[in-house]
Design a protein around this ligand. Structure first.
Ligand code: KIV
Length: 270
């Protein structure tokens, strides 16, 4: 059986072969993606991608646990990281510990990810010292959409860029084993990546990072609605699904499905 990657394997990939990460929310998708990626991220983006919410804010700890456990059941090799949902960790370090402990114990995943910079450093240190591996998330933090006034890219001014660097350094010192940098210009991503000993994983943050992450449904062409400009479509699966549904509907309506080979006793295995 393939050995699962560990947080240490990921931390020691700084500056090496770029780390490949995709979001993943279900067991079958985990099985398909597992051998191709280093990290399966059970992102709270699942709130928008599969539950149809307008933001990640309504996502609950129970949802993250259910999807984290499913991704663990479907995978064998990739490191599985589960996002801490909004409201489950910001109130204090004890609250964060209890929520993270539930995630690790009830999913079997090896690490959690949480959004935040210097203001979250004390909490991150508390978690790491108690055996919870933490991936950080700086730059554009979608759980702060209401405070930011939208999903605008970050680090536009020199002071914003300096504050992202300060955040990244603060959470590195607190003990994260890697961090996501979201929605920043290449010069900011390059500078932050050069300052850190832990790997950076970019999304909408240029090739200057130590790895990349995309929402799998976005890059597969399955997501509906707004798709950020930094997403490359590696497939157009929505069209494939639509065509299959159309053909099935036609065959049911004109009674060509089920044909004899799909009726018991089955004459064909498929
Ligand atoms: O929730 C998520 O999927 C994420 C990634 C986009 C980094 O945080």
């Amino acid at each position: 059986m393939a050995k699962r990657l560990t947080t240490l394997d990921i931390a020691t990939r700084k500056g090496g072969v770029p780390l490949v990460t995709l979001t993943c929310y279900t067991a079958p998708m985990a099985t398909i993606l597992d051998s191709h990626v280093d990290i399966l991220l059970v992102g709270d983006s699942l709130g928008m991608v599969i539950y149809g919410f307008d933001s990640t804010l309504p996502v609950t700890l129970d949802m993250m646990i259910a999807h984290g456990a499913a991704v663990m059941r479907g995978s064998k090799r990739a490191l599985v990281v589960v996002d801490m949902p909004f409201g489950s960790y910001q109130a204090g370090k004890e609250q964060a510990f209890m929520a993270c402990a539930r995630i690790l114990a009830e999913t079997g995943a090896q690490a959690v990810k949480l959004e935040g910079g210097a203001e979250m450093a004390e909490t991150i240190r508390f978690l790491v010292e108690r055996g919870i591996p933490v991936m950080g998330h700086v730059g554009l933090m979608p759980q702060r959409v209401n405070a930011l006034g939208g999903y605008r890219y970050q680090g536009r001014s020199d002071s914003e860029a300096a504050s992202i660097t300060h955040d990244a350094q603060a959470i590195e010192q607190a003990g994260v084993f890697s961090m996501v940098i979201e929605g920043v210009k290449e010069e900011v991503a390059r500078h932050v990546t050069a300052q850190l000993r832990v790997p950076t994983i970019g999304i909408g943050a240029s090739p200057a990072c130590d790895g990349q992450v995309l929402v799998a449904e976005d890059m597969l062409g399955l997501s509906q609605g707004y798709i950020p400009g930094f997403v490359k479509h590696y497939a157009h699966l929505a069209q494939v699904v639509e065509q299959a549904a159309k053909t099935y509907a036609e065959e049911v309506r004109n009674r060509t499905f089920p044909s004899p080979e799909y009726c018991y006793p089955l004459k064909k295995n498929n």
